[in-house]
Ligand binder design. Structure first.
Ligand code: NAP
Ligand code: GDD
Length: 370
């Protein structure tokens, strides 16, 4: 009988972890995920997977070597996808030590857990690396040969992760690889990343639940793809004959301003951007009558970073040629549309739930019993 593929995913509750779990379960894998104890027991992105026979969750933490060693020994994975991270760049300026512990030393802990359990020649490891390594970019577009210049505590921590994976590959002949992924978004994206912040705000403003959106650097350029497409690459990277690192990107670049323009347009409001820098504003020039003429987007220094990465554009040629992956299967326009449509429905549903709660509260308050 053919041996079952067993995947262990760190960061299973995150955006990518949830899509990767679905992808691997569809491929017939037994999927194990690491969760950490939290005061809230509801895991929104994977709630629909919990209870499936091949989906298992275990408590552990990237900061706790012992828990990782024990878990790797218990699960005996054939593939590990190390996605767990403090993944917010701006937060890494506020919590640099925690970020280094999880995003840098955490990678080492996973590699050592595999060695300690003598799985170094049977278990393949994927490391979630990032385009943030290019940071203060030295060339555009960026490919696997572009020099790194990390530009935040997050990127510096991830650079350690990248190098320690390469080191273990060379020193111990382990099949461990980094996917250098450019930004990828979805309707499951965390709400403080710029794309989701914009699509949720556009939906709320369109439905009268929010007045204005405050953003930081509108001119920042990103290569945005769809997360669902990117998890396939993580798997493809581990199915190759030789362990190698790959840039995963769309090869198309847009500014934060362009993202906001299209998201608001999709939600029924046309914006015109006027002014510059901190004084730039997005004014509604077409759409619902009560919004026309109003400033819906403003810039706030609160969202500026001490050092900001402003020109990311990936060259996915290697992934396209060697993995056979299509970098353009979801266009920028489709991505924005998926996210805005989802958030328009979410905001409407939250509204209905809110009204129901209010009605129930009123009902109980009035002492009505039937
Ligand atoms: P995400 O939504 O922020 O998910 C991060 C995951 O890491 C969550 O499951 C989180 O658990 C877990 N985690 C954080 N600290 C942990 C700890 N100490 N122990 C165990 N688990 C911990 O991130 P994502 O967007 O899915 O990204 C996945 C990975 O790819 C990350 O490593 C990120 O840095 C990297 N990456 C992302 C992108 C992108 O554009 N999305 C691009 C390049 C690289 P909780 O739910 O408990 O917080
Ligand atoms: N978050 C946020 N909020 N970013 C803003 C805002 C705002 O209000 N206004 C402008 N920006 C700019 C940021 O300064 C940055 O230049 C850009 O929008 C993208 O910011 P994020 O969406 O927070 O993502 P990121 O590029 O910093 O990091 C994401 O992508 C990396 C890959 O390049 C994260 O997913 C990282 O984990 C990932 O490694």
């Amino acid at each position: 009988m053919e041996k079952k593929n067993i995947a262990l995913i760190t960061g299973v509750t995150g955006q990518d972890g949830s899509y990767l779990s679905e992808f691997l379960l569809d491929k017939g894998y037994e999927v194990h995920g690491i969760i950490r104890r939290s005061s809230v027991d509801y895991r929104e992105r994977i709630a629909h997977l919990e209870g499936k026979p091949d989906f298992h969750l275990h408590y552990a933490d990237m900061g706790d070597s012992m828990s990782l060693v024990k878990l790797v020994g218990k699960v005996q994975p054939t593939e590990i996808y190390n996605l767990a991270a403090q993944s917010h760049v701006q937060v890494s300026f506020d919590a640099p030590e925690f970020t280094a512990d999880v995003d840098a030393v955490g990678v080492l802990r996973i590699l050592e857990a595999v060695r300690t359990n003598h799985l170094e020649h049977s278990c393949r490891i994927y490391q979630a690396s990032t385009s943030e390594l290019y940071g203060k970019v030295e060339e555009v577009p960026q490919n696997e040969q572009t020099p790194f210049h990390p530009y935040s505590p997050y990127a510096v921590a991830k650079l350690y992760g990248y190098w320690i994976v390469k080191e273990y590959r060379e020193a111990y002949d382990m099949f461990c690889c980094s996917g250098i992924l450019f930004n990828h978004e979805s309707e499951r994206r965390g709400e403080t990343f710029v794309t989701r912040k914009i699509t949720l705000a556009a939906a709320r403003i369109a439905q009268g639940k929010q007045e204005k959106l405050y953003l930081g650097n509108l001119s920042s350029l990103r290569d945005w793809g769809y997360a669902k497409d990117y998890v396939e690459c993580m798997w493809l990277i581990l199915q190759q004959e030789k362990p190698e690192d790959y840039v995963i990107a769309t090869g198309v670049q847009h500014s934060v301003r362009e993202f906001a323009y299209l998201a608001f347009k999709t939600a029924g409001m046309e914006l015109e951007f006027r002014g510059e820098g901190i004084n730039e504003k997005g004014v509604c020039v077409a759409g619902p009558a009560h919004l026309v003429g109003k400033t819906l987007v403003e810039v706030s220094e609160d969202f500026y970073r001490p050092t900001d990465v402003v020109n990311l554009l990936g060259d996915p040629s290697k992934a396209k040629n060697e993995l056979g992956w299509n970098p353009q299967s979801t266009s920028f326009e489709q991505l924005v549309s998926i996210m805005v449509k989802h958030d328009m429905q979410k905001v409407a549903a939250d509204h209905v739930a809110g009204v129901m709660r209010t009605n129930l509260a009123e009902y109980l308050e009035k002492g009505i019993t039937k």
